[in-house]
Design a protein around this ligand. Structure first.
Ligand code: NAD
Length: 262
């Protein structure tokens, strides 16, 4: 639950905001005072998130407020991303100063059977999509002379340690960390910070399809002994979006319940 209003007067773009972690980030940001652009491939899901923000969440404190926007985007398409940024600037007369790249997919298969299309698709959405949105937001911020920005990219602990059946996904997430560190170096002179969040196993539609047997086995590796909640990832994103993290850039923060420590 939000304990402050650190994001008042911030405009935040959240991709993948129609579901899971992205949706929780939208709720947390709005509850801290941000105006949120909820962007998703699934327009209906993005609109549902905006509706929920405008109704306010049961039991939630802080400012939820009006003025949020739903946008349809395919992050793997440069044209689609450009269109979204134009729509945002037309509506708000400014680019988003906070951007969370949470859109992502899995297409799992063991390496020996992994199809080229399965590899390409996951790289296109998770890695190229993060590049396209990061680049478009940074270009817009630099062009308007903004003095600060915070870009937060959703990696995964799997990008560091690998995972059975996820050669494509783990490669895409390792790529997101490299992209983020380079963006941090290049964009710091414009006041734009770039960081990664590396979730472990979080309860969302993405992990719903993982068989209970596999989940139970994985949980034996989690010192805190349970899956994470999307809100627990959103808490870290709110910190990285806010000035509380003003001296932090180019880093990755693990939100894993201790999975794979040391
Ligand atoms: P989710 O499936 O609940 O949400 C992903 C959202 O991304 C969906 O709303 C989907 O419509 C959207 N999306 C998919 N392709 C898109 C595209 N081309 N353009 C725009 N939007 C698109 O998944 P989640 O678990 O909330 O995952 C969010 C992010 O966190 C992803 O990047 C995922 O890889 C990462 N992550 C999740 C976990 C986990 O355990 N759930 C762990 C580590 C990392």
């Amino acid at each position: 639950m939000a304990s402050s209003s650190r994001l008042i007067s911030r405009l935040a773009l959240v991709t993948g905001g129609g579901s899971g972690i992205g949706q929780a980030v939208c709720q947390r940001f709005a509850s801290e005072g941000a105006t949120v652009v909820v962007a998703d491939l699934n327009q209906d899901a993005a609109e549902e998130t905006v509706d929920a923000l405008q109704r306010g969440q049961k039991g939630q404190r802080g400012q939820i407020g009006q003025g949020h926007m739903a946008g349809q985007v395919d992050v793997s398409s440069k044209d689609s991303v450009k269109k979204l940024i134009t729509q945002i600037q037309t509506r708000y007369f400014q680019p988003p100063s906070v951007c969370v790249n949470a859109a992502g997919i899995t297409q799992d298969n063991f390496l020996l059977s992994l199809e080229e299309e399965e590899f390409d698709k996951v790289i296109q959405v998770n890695l190229k999509g993060t590049f396209l949105v990061t680049q478009a937001v940074a270009q817009a911020l630099v062009a308007c002379g903004a003095s600060k920005g915070s870009i937060i990219n959703m990696g995964s602990i799997v990008g560091k340690v690998g995972n059975l059946g996820q050669a494509n996904y783990s490669a895409s997430k390792a790529g997101v960390e490299g992209l983020t560190r380079t963006a941090a170096k290049e964009l710091s002179k414009f006041g734009i910070r770039c960081n990664c969040v590396l979730p472990g196993f979080i309860t969302t539609p993405m992990t719903d399809s993982v068989p209970d047997k596999v989940i139970n086995k994985l949980l034996t590796l989690v010192p805190l002994g349970r899956m994470g909640e999307p809100a627990e990832v959103a808490d870290v994103c709110a910190f990285l979006a806010s000035d509380d993290s003003r001296y932090i850039t180019g880093t990755s923060i693990e939100v894993t319940g201790g999975l794979f420590i040391g």
